[in-house]
Design a protein around this ligand. Structure first.
Ligand code: NAP
Length: 308
């Protein structure tokens, strides 16, 4: 197997928590460099910017962009122009249309563009999709509530335009939803709560449907203290399926049917390595389109200012 030499760009929380370990665990993948303005990893060649990396760095085949979404489009374009495969953290962009030229560039250059949705690789997601495929679904409810101060300390970008606010985790739920349901869903109504000092919502309630009128509701809240919830409950004529822990556990009427250790990021890098063999791309924009539509049609309310 040819070695895949990867540079991580944007060495923040998710790069440290997941990407470094996942790259080390996937045969054939190797962390060859880090590009980050303020952070580095001992023993790994370091560059301040992606431009410096591409110009002066060691030979690499791919970049994994772990920067905030607001700066990733330009970084992806630079990497593709330099002939590198590109892995994008979620969300793939700050807008939907900005992905089109990147998809075209990747196809032209025969390089992989992989827009990752890590939650889709949670261990109970595929079993949930399979179980639902043959059932009549009567309703879906998502409850995705976490404490932003615990999970995103000091991440000012999340509150800026394009940072998505509570949709930063909420889009993970939508990535699972769009994977496990047999038919596409669309947003019919949304309520977005914006802190008076922020450009992105701290909470959101969505109503969605599919072509048959399936009722789907979603509650996203960044103000949750105490127990956190990353749960999707699907009512069917054959019982209630609960996907909990962000897709790690699946139960039907309380009976656990799937539960396994988290290997989301290893799975992402295995998939990335496979895609790069042929230069194929994998860019599914369905979750981002739902968020964009929530911003398009959502009612907005102002709530108290957020102080980190
Ligand atoms: P983060 O901790 O803020 O790390 C991002 C890093 O990117 C920063 O440490 C910073 O490093 C660099 N950066 C920030 N602004 C930049 C700019 N304007 N230009 C260039 N580089 C910049 O954020 P994160 O939590 O790792 O999240 C990054 C992405 O991963 C987000 O899209 C997020 O949705 C996704 N993600 C996060 C998690 C999580 O649990 N945190 C989970 C899954 C996915 P330097 O200052 O060193 O340049």
């Amino acid at each position: 197997m040819t070695e895949l030499r990867i540079a991580i760009v944007g060495f923040g929380k998710i790069a440290r928590d997941q990407h470094v370990g996942a790259i080390a665990a996937v045969p054939g993948a190797r962390l060859a460099a880090v590009a980050s303005r303020n952070a580095s990893l001992p023993g790994v060649p370091h560059f301040a910017t992606i431009e410096e990396l591409l110009e002066k760095g060691p030979p690499i085949d791919a970049v994994s962009l772990c920067t905030p979404p607001q700066v990733r489009r330009a970084q992806a374009a630079a990497a593709l122009a330099a002939g590198k495969h590109v892995m994008l953290e979620k969300p793939p962009g700050t807008g939907v249309a900005e992905l089109d030229p990147l998809i075209a560039m990747a196809a032209e250059a025969k390089r992989t563009l992989f827009a990752t949705w890590h939650s889709r690789y949670a261990p109970a997601v595929e079993p949930a999709r399979e179980w639902l495929a043959t059932r009549r679904i009567t309703s879906v409810h998502i409850s995705w509530k976490e404490d932003v101060r615990v999970w995103h300390p000091g991440q000012g970008w999340i509150w800026e335009p394009g940072g998505l606010g509570v949709f930063d985790p909420g889009i993970n739920a939508l990535s699972i939803l769009t994977k496990i349901l047999p038919r596409p869903v669309f947003v019919t109504a949304a309520e977005l709560a914006f802190p008076a000092n922020c450009q992105a919502p701290i909470a959101a309630n969505l109503t969605l449907a599919d072509i048959s009128g399936l009722p789907v509701t979603a509650e996203f809240d960044f103000r949750q203290t105490g127990p956190q919830s990353w749960d999707i409950v699907v009512e069917t004529v054959d019982g209630r399926m609960t996907l909990s822990g962000g897709g790690r556990r699946m139960a039907v009427d309380g009976r656990m049917l799937a539960e396994a250790p988290d290997e989301e990021y290893r799975e992402l890098y295995r998939r990335f390595a496979t895609l790069t063999v042929t230069g194929a791309s994998d860019v599914d924009l369905a979750p981002l389109r739902l968020v964009a539509d929530a911003f398009l049609i959502g009612k907005r309310t102002l709530v108290e200012p957020f102080v980190d």
